[in-house]
Design a protein around this ligand. Structure first.
Ligand code: FAD
Length: 475
């Protein structure tokens, strides 16, 4: 834990005691816990944000449990933090003000897969990989694929508008959410959005709630769009002499009008981690692209990508995965990369800035220059097709921390200066709240605060998230 959570106004102990009594009376003891081990289990997410112990945890099993919990929080004036699997990377589900943590992983049923309308209706606690397996068994496809897919939930994905490698071709979670049932602080359940492919009735409230990081409402059901499952799939690995060459490779694929579903880039240090984990990658390579192509009759596309890359100077080798086992090995190494990097330093902070893909090289040069001047260890990998890079900062000794903070601050400024954005997929949460004014004007932040007030007038739902504390009041 390397980031302190913001201080939010203290809740009165008597209010918390009242909330616990009311929750027990309304939900029964089996769903409400004040056991220290349970409180500790749900205090933090997978970010570096140091949270605070909740006072009570509710394990909801139904929409009614969620509504009851929010209503009790509202009536007693106690904070409530929605939480799913806790794999979030920016402290979105970290409890920063005490009070109630509302866990929604107990709502874990795939209610229907509708082949004819290409729809799935799911509860928010369904694990992403479980939905993917279920729809693929029906010949269908749900593309969003954050690397945490074996553990994260669809509710968490929608709340963060999660992305993944396939976003290059297929977009992010929000592109697949047609509608949702959302419960607001007074316990009202709202049916938002639609079940039809088209629909423009009223404001696009679905889009507002997608990516709202648990600060506006809690979801109890999601209606998701599906696609037919692609017939064919190939994975291509291209190795390069430098990350600059690899980035040029991305540009050449896009310029040739080719649309693989993923173009992932790994720099020298990221590649070293993948090798340490057993992936057999040419020891002389200094960067790699992991590319995946899907669709029908894809051989000509695979060939064109191979030709485009291998004709470039700086490209060492282009290989196609021999079989499903080799494909899975490569992707598994990529999915484990974040955890592998964690083993290489005592501390790491991982960012997820996005720049126009033509600016990737410039961003990497700026990171190199800033980290060189500040003597900060770093590496980068990510969804290069989207310009979305995970720049990781690594350190072992606390004395290095001030320079790491300077390097992160510079990264944020550089990303914005290059026409990019602070976060491609992890959200703002606690970790990036202080940088929000770099990208958004005071007027825009103030407008979003008023939207937040309309949903949550007492500022009790997931406090301390998204909005910077300095210069702005209450959240
Ligand atoms: C190894 C690893 C790899 C990752 N790779 C990726 C990646 O490739 N792409 C990516 O986008 N992310 C990635 N992540 C981040 C994370 O997995 C995603 O943000 C994911 O969507 C979080 O889902 P969760 O179920 O864990 O939600 P949590 O972390 O529990 O919560 C996330 C947010 O959702 C809110 N929330 C939870 N449930 C509800 C609900 N029912 N209603 C309303 N709000 C709710 C919470 O308040 C919180 O703000 C990765 C994380 C890890 C640990």
């Amino acid at each position: 834990m390397v980031l302190q959570a913001p201080t939010v106004p203290e809740i009165a102990k008597s209010a918390v005691a009242r909330a616990i009594i009311d929750l027990n009376a309304a939900l029964g003891g089996s769903k409400v816990s004040v056991e220290p081990e349970t409180l500790a289990q749900f205090a933090n997410d997978d970010s570096d944000v140091l949270g605070r112990m909740p006072d009570v945890v509710v394990i909801a099993e139904s929409a009614r449990d969620i509504a009851t919990t929010l209503r009790v929080a509202q009536q007693t004036g106690v904070y409530v933090t929605p939480r799913a699997a806790g794999t979030g990377r920016t402290g979105g589900a970290t409890c920063v003000g005490g009070g109630i943590v509302l866990v929604t992983t107990g709502l874990a049923s795939i209610k229907s897969i509708d082949r004819r309308n290409l729809l799935a209706t799911v509860q928010p606690g369904v694990i992403l990989a479980d939905l993917q397996r279920a729809v693929e068994a029906e010949g269908l496809f749900y593309p969003p694929d954050p690397s945490s897919l074996d553990t994260c939930t669809l509710g968490g994905n929608v709340a963060e508008n999660a992305g993944g490698p396939r976003a290059f071709k297929y977009g992010v979670t929000g592109d697949y959410v047609l509608g949702l049932d959302a419960i607001v602080m007074d316990g009202t359940e709202l049916s938002i959005g639609r079940k039809t492919p088209k629909g423009v009735t009223g404001y696009d409230m679905t889009s507002l709630l997608v990516g709202s990081e648990g600060t506006l409402a809690a979801f109890s059901e999601l209606t998701l769009r599906l696609l037919p499952k692609p017939d064919e799939l190939e994975t291509v690995v291209a190795t390069f002499d430098s990350v600059r060459d690899a980035a040029a490779g991305v540009a050449s694929i896009v310029a040739a009008g080719l649309t693989p579903r993923c173009i992932e880039l790994l720099d020298d240090q990221a590649l070293a981690c993948v090798r340490r984990d057993g992936a057999a990658i040419d020891a002389r390579a200094r960067a790699m692209l992991l590319i995946e192509i899907d669709g029908s009759n894809i051989s000509p596309v695979v060939e064109r990508i191979g030709n485009a890359l291998s004709s470039m100077s700086g490209c060492r080798e282009v290989l196609t995965a021999k079989d499903e086992a080799e494909r899975e090995r490569l992707w598994s190494a990529r999915r484990q990369l974040s955890r592998s990097i964690r083993k290489t330093a005592k501390h790491k902070l991982s960012e997820d800035v996005v720049v126009p893909r033509t600016e990737i090289v410039h961003l990497l040069e700026k990171v190199e220059a800033a980290c060189g001047a500040l003597s900060v260890r770093h590496l980068a990998y990510g969804h290069a097709g989207d310009g979305n890079l995970h720049v990781n900062f690594l350190w072992d000794d606390d004395s290095e921390r001030p320079n790491v903070d300077k390097a992160i601050d510079q990264l944020m400024r550089d990303a914005i200066a290059l026409g990019g954005t602070l976060s491609g997929e992890h959200g703002i949460g606690v970790s990036k709240a202080q940088y929000l004014p770099l990208e958004q004007s005071d007027a825009l932040i103030a407008l979003q605060r008023r939207v937040k007030d309309a949903f949550d007038p007492r500022g009790l739902l997931n406090p301390g998230k998204i909005f910077p504390r300095v210069g702005h009041t209450g959240c």
